[in-house]
Design a protein around this ligand. Structure first.
Ligand code: ADP
Ligand code: MG
Length: 767
């Protein structure tokens, strides 16, 4: 007898419970696939609970299938169909010279009630095994065979009927069992079973009426094919698993009063209903992930993440930082005397917030958000001065060397008359120089050290690091407090970002950070005019460049640098540079800067651009972050469609820094694609970084927006940060409510225990 069946039962042992004609081999395969889907390293740990977290990608109402007569052009619908005739024809493929073959497989079918002309469902078959696959399909789609298929129906003029092209037949088409009672074709040769699983249209178990009723005449979940397991097979397995689990097997993770307040389904009901929608909930809600089952599970996801983050934050706040920064009036006056301009109200406000953190006993962990050009650097410098005034060392880390150099240059200039020593420490220094700086840093002789991340990653030691400023720009999440702490520092930390981060993200990923926002630009800026141009408008671009340069301004021309094809893109930028220099603007001074250049070379080109000796600077995205040349008034972005919105916004922020009117030209060869149109259109419409960030989040998702997979994004099983952000705040409030009760409340104590055990929050490792 196997142990009692539960959510914790390993998937590889499913076969022991004799469900859904489920053998040992299939159990093993399912365990492997589920483990890899959820990023579990060890498939032995893939459990029934994981299996139930593999959610349907959509749902079909098979109790009420659509009919041919209901179809309209472009309509998405699933239809139950009966094959009239099916077959393949080879597509002439001159290039392959007959080596590999390309077929179109076409099925002519009608609905059982024959409500309209037979329609056509077709798809391509190609590759080495195309012949075998075609013959497999031919055997399956015999006259009278039944199937259900889903997709966008289009009117085919020539045939005067609807047709549907499938991209992935395995996900979009499902064979139905032969009419019940007809048990003929069930026993297949083992070889055929394999093809079945590979292609994923298995009509398997067509003779078992108990299984047949799972697939027809009701609402059914459609799963994405998982390895060799078809949607249909997954449905049978999930159905069987759910049937074996009594409600009591689903441990309720949320307190009863919370469920009541938020009107949440019990966990058991939610898990059942998210797979098999009940009749009384409109399927449209399911399509939008807004069914009661979805809501309950989304809320649960958010609740635990919110609780985990609050706990983490609580831990930091209870830590003492050991450094004491004093900020008396005299200190403030000394700091003020260094400033080259009057701060904006927004800058003053965030400085106040930072000062409050610096004076407190708990380590600062603050995120400073401010659009490109809003003046974050000076705020950072003020914070650094405050720490240095109390005798602490400070570090400023920038994402690129160019930027570190620029910061060093500016800060050295501003502090030239102060007693503080500022040094630049980057990877490209000569070894002897570096060693010398390291010794001086360890001795406390350098007060402000500016560099790239190498600053804390290499064998650098400080005598008394009091404040670390991280100018992450938009490359976020790479460096966190934890990393500093791992190196034995526990300073105040200020992270700056120019990507306005949507609130849903600050609440989750950056939930452990306090947030300050500079929402005001320094005075005297004229808005930037943004235009989207196609290839045919190059002459206009040339004219714009000439006019601006003649008026004494400078121009950026930026090329994307995509990692996979770095070399090619580099050639692209280099070739364009030569072309611009020799053919288009022979009388102007054109410069080139890219990431593969030596720092000294780069620095030299940048210096000449800053000095105004170079009028047109061609570059790859190295200049994207932070470069500050107020005289530049034109930003040309080549292949603009290849950049993300936030990136484009960054690039645009390079101009419009002076009082002159500035221009941003987004060049694109495919103005037509909808993404490009939508994305670039937004750029033309607004200069507001927050709107752009929200849109970017919507279009590309949080992982992309933040630029890394290692962005520290918590993994949700059901919730989606973009789609479901409206529920985040409610879940956060509930989490706070329970935490406020303190650990003396047994309920809260249990919750804390649960969150601590959850590896997603990394709480166990923290103190
Ligand atoms: P970012 O927030 O993008 O890092 P910077 O700190 O580089 O912006 O500032 C952009 C430009 O605005 C710089 O040239 C800086 O000297 C200038 N600046 C910043 N704050 C003010 C201010 N209060 N008044 C006038 N100019 C300012
Ligand atoms: Mg900056």
């Amino acid at each position: 007898m196997p142990p009692p069946f539960s959510l914790n039962t390993p998937i590889e042992e499913l076969y022991k419970y004799r469900l859904a004609h489920f053998g040992q081999t299939l159990s093993h395969k399912l365990a492997l696939n589920i483990a890899s889907h959820f990023g579990k390293k060890d498939y032995h740990n893939a459990t029934v609970e994981d299996l139930l977290s593999y959610l349907p990608m959509r749902y079909e109402d098979r109790s009420n299938p659509a009919h041919i007569r209901d179809l309209t052009e472009g309509m998405e619908a699933s239809l139950e169909l009966v094959v009239k005739i099916a077959g393949a024809f080879q597509v002439k493929n001159r290039r392959s010279l007959g080596r590999s073959s390309l077929f179109i497989f076409e099925v002519n079918a009608t609905d059982p009630e024959k409500t309209g002309r037979p329609l056509v469902v077709w798809w391509f078959v190609s590759g080495k095994h195309a012949h075998d696959i075609v013959s497999y399909y031919t055997k399956r789609f015999t006259r009278g065979a039944r199937f259900i298929t889903f997709g966008r129906w289009e009117w085919d003029k020539h045939r005067a009927t609807f047709s549907l092209k499938l991209n992935k037949p395995a996900d979009e088409l499902e064979m139905l069992p032969a009419e019940i009672g007809n048990e003929s074709s069930d026993r297949k040769k083992s070889q055929e079973t394999t093809t079945d699983e590979v292609i994923g249209l298995d009509a398997g178990n067509s003779g078992d009426p108990a299984l047949a009723v799972i697939h027809t005449g009701r609402r059914v979940p459609i799963y994405r094919k998982l390895g060799e397991l078809s949607s249909k097979r997954m449905r049978e397995i999930v159905h069987a698993v759910l049937a074996m689990l009594p409600d009591s097997a689903f441990t309720e993770t949320l307190p009863a009063d919370l469920c009541q307040r938020q009107k949440l389904l019990a966990r058991a009901a939610a898990m059942r209903q998210i797979h098999f929608p009940p009749e009384d909930v409109p399927l449209a809600l399911y399509a939008q992930s807004r069914s009661p089952a979805h809501f309950r599970l989304i809320f649960e996801d958010f609740f635990w993440v919110a609780l985990g983050i609050s706990l983490k934050r609580g831990k930091r706040i209870s830590e003492a930082k050991g450094t004491v920064i004093k900020l008396d009036q005299a200190t403030k006056v000394r700091i003020g005397s260094v400033l080259p301009f009057k701060l904006t109200d927004a800058q003053r406000r965030v400085v106040k917030e930072i000062f409050r953190d610096l004076k407190s006993n708990t380590p600062m962990n603050r995120l400073l958000q401010g659009d490109v050009g809003s003046g974050k650097t000076i705020v950072a410098l003020i914070a650094m001065l405050a720490a240095m005034e109390s005798g602490y060392q400070t570090a400023l880390m920038a994402p690129t060397e160019i930027l570190a150099e620029q910061h060093a240059r500016n800060i050295k200039r501003l502090l030239a008359k102060s007693p503080y020593r500022v040094e630049l420490l980057t990877g490209s220094l000569r070894a002897a120089e570096k060693r010398k700086l390291q010794v001086e840093l360890a001795a406390g002789e350098i007060h402000a050290c500016i560099g790239t991340h190498a600053l804390i990653q290499e064998s650098v030691s400080f005598k008394n690091l009091g404040l670390a400023v991280i100018d992450e720009q938009h490359r976020f999440g790479v460096m966190q407090r934890a990393e500093l702490r791992a190196r034995g520092f526990n300073p105040d930390v200020l992270i700056m970002t120019a990507t306005p981060i949507p609130r849903s993200l600050t609440m989750t990923i950056y939930g452990d950070l306090d947030v300050s926002v500079i929402d005001e630009m320094p005075p005297g800026r004229t808005p930037i005019e943004t235009r989207v141009f196609g290839e045919e408008q190059r002459p206009d671009v040339k004219k714009l460049i000439s006019t601006e340069v003649r008026a004494g301004r400078q121009v950026y021309v930026v090329y994307p640098l995509v990692e996979e094809s770095e070399k090619m893109d580099l050639k692209d930028a280099t070739r364009r540079y030569e072309y611009l220099r020799d053919q288009v603007f022979p009388k102007l001074s054109v410069g080139l800067v890219h990431g593969k250049m030596k720092t000294a070379e780069k620095d030299q080109v940048m210096r000449r651009f800053v000095a105004g000796e170079i009028q047109i600077l061609v570059s790859t995205t190295v200049i994207e972050v932070g470069v500050d040349v107020p005289n530049a008034s034109v930003m040309i972005v080549e292949h603009a469609e290849r950049f993300g919105l936030s990136q484009l916004h960054q690039l645009r922020g390079r101009v419009g820094r002076g009082a002159e009117k500035s221009y941003c030209v987004l060049l694109t060869s495919d103005k037509k694609t909808s993404v490009a149109k939508e994305r670039l259109g937004i750029m033309a419409q607004t200069n507001d970084g927050f709107i752009i960030a929200e849109k970017d989040l919507e279009l590309r998702g949080p992982g992309e927006l933040l630029g890394t997979k290692q962005s520290g994004l918590p993994e949700f099983r059901v919730a989606n940060l973009v789609r479901d952000q409206q529920f985040l705040e409610g879940a956060r409030k509930e989490a706070e409510f329970y935490l406020a009760k303190g650990e003396k409340s047994p309920e809260t104590a249990k919750m804390i225990q649960r969150a601590t055990a959850d590896t997603r929050f990394g709480l166990a490792a923290v103190g």
